[in-house]
Design a binder for this molecule. Structure first.
Ligand code: EPZ
Length: 432
């Protein structure tokens, strides 16, 4: 086990290069299962969720070859096993994409129910299962496994599906299952996140016929099979937003490089309201905060609204803004568990259901704090870097699920942060 030790109170200066998008990578790797050939995937982030999914594919019989630190070749030509054991699937929420890809390729899937971040509240997958059933699959959940199979032969059949709720996971999972189905599938009320477009582009580069990703309606015309090819994953919108929030909280000036500025619009707009300066330069953003932070109100929404995955990070910034800010979490039933940790640092936050009311304070002070999920963990780093004094962050395994080289990247920006090994038994003690 390890903890991060952070000396806060200094502004950030320098350049940070954004890695490939985690939420695209964790869908594209399962999608490679559908390809009869070699997929060369570039700009893949070196994060633990990616490593786990690659090892699951190997357990299923796929060939996985690392070409360099951010490029991998996956060959699923000879995969025939469609069962994913509990001890693998439970460690990564994105393992649910294996259902859609195995069902799409083989007409059957037997995958343990997913695990992943626990913000509190439930994270159902009823819309995923609704889509599979509409495509002609029988689906049953028993003994912690989702067992699904095509009722007619070994292929699914295209269908019209209207999602009851805008869901990233369901949108992608249905796209996967329908890519090799017989006929046309039309999915409405879909999510429009950049990573959904990326998964559709990946599948199309392998021979699929998917139109409309990024809009409210996606049309998937099933094809006989997918061939191999090469694909490069888009930059991570949330990783980029995390570093933008960090310089907003700490002050200073950083250049966030290798991004798609359009994807950042929803985050940039809110930072501008808070008194942060943002200048677009080609595929980078120059982000500067010199003066005081100004309070603002934020409501998380599906893309192109303000992303829920940026909610904890921007809360860390608002803890230091002048005035009272209100955050409304409208995507998940609750995602404010992390605020107790900020209170240990002197933050003034009241949580009432899906509302957080934040009274800005002059400064935060370092403390022992614990990450409870991936984005909360990133927010802990931001708060610790902005705080006066020393902080110790535990639960860092959550952070390393989704942030490549997070220590090195913050150090290059002038952050004083290091990873310290702690004995397993102390892990419980240090989190109190
Ligand atoms: C994906 O989770 C992301 N995870 C999450 O990012 C992200 O917060 C979320 O999308 C929203 O953008 C991955 O991509 C691996 P949803 P997902 O289905 O697919 C409800 C991170 O930090 N819902 O869009 O699980 C659900 O409970 C992670 O990178 C149903 O009711 O999110 C939630 O309230 C955290 N039934 C809302 O919809 C369903 O069948 C949105 O969930 C599915 C979802």
């Amino acid at each position: 086990m390890k903890k991060y030790v952070v000396e806060g109170g200094n502004p950030l200066f320098g350049e940070v290069h954004i890695s490939g998008a985690k939420n695209a990578a964790v869908a594209i790797i399962p999608a490679a299962l559908m390809v009869n050939g070699v997929c060369r995937i570039e700009n893949i982030p070196r994060i633990s969720d990616v490593s786990l999914l690659l090892s699951i594919l190997q357990d299923l019989g796929a060939g996985v070859r690392s070409i360099n630190s951010n490029t991998v070749e996956i060959d699923c030509t000879h995969v025939r096993n469609a069962k994913v054991p509990y001890d693998s699937a439970r460690r990564c929420r994105a393992s649910y994409y294996l259902i859609g890809s195995l069902l799409g390729r083989f007409g059957m899937a037997d995958v343990a129910l997913p695990g992943g971040c626990d913000f509190g509240g439930t994270r159902p997958i009823d819309q995923h299962l609704k889509g599979f059933k509409a495509l002609g699959a029988a689906v049953e959940v028993q003994s912690g496994f989702i067992n699904a199979y095509a009722i007619q032969g070994s292929r699914l059949t295209g269908a019209n599906i209207f999602l009851d709720k805008v869901s990233v996971g369901a949108t992608i999972n249905i796209m996967l299952a329908a890519a090799l189905a017989d006929g046309l599938t039309v999915v409405e009320n879909v999510a429009k996140e950049p990573h959904i477009v990326d998964v559709a582009n990946f599948l199309n580069s392998m021979g699929a016929d998917i139109k409309g990703a990024g809009t409210d309606v996606i049309k998937i015309r099933g094809v006989k099979e997918l061939h191999g090819g090469t694909y490069s994953i888009i930059p991570d919108q949330i990783e980029a937003g995390t570093y933008m929030a960090a310089v907003a909280a700490c002050g200073g000036q950083i250049k966030v490089c290798n991004i798609i500025p359009k994807h950042m619009d929803c985050i940039t707009a809110k930072l501008l309201e808070m008194g942060v300066e943002v200048e677009e330069i080609d595929d980078s953003l120059l982000v500067r905060r010199i003066g005081p932070l100004i309070k603002t109100n934020i409501k998380t929404m599906p893309y192109p609204g303000f992303p829920t995955d940026m909610q904890p990070q921007v809360a860390a910034v608002l803890c230091l803004a002048q005035g009272t800010s209100i955050i409304t979490e409208s995507v998940f039933s609750s995602r404010f568990r992390y605020t107790d940790e900020f209170k240990r640092m002197g933050a003034q936050i009241q949580v009432d259901g899906n509302l957080a009311i934040i009274e800005g304070v002059h400064h935060l002070t370092g403390a022992q704090i614990q990450a409870c999920d991936l984005r909360a963990g990133a927010a802990m780093i931001i708060a610790a870097l902005a705080a006066r004094g020393t902080s110790e962050i535990t639960g860092v395994q959550y952070i390393e699920r989704g942030y490549e080289d997070v220590i090195e990247k913050f150090r290059k920006l002038g952050g004083t942060i290091s990873a310290v090994e702690i004995p397993e038994e102390n892990e419980a003690l240090s989190v109190g």
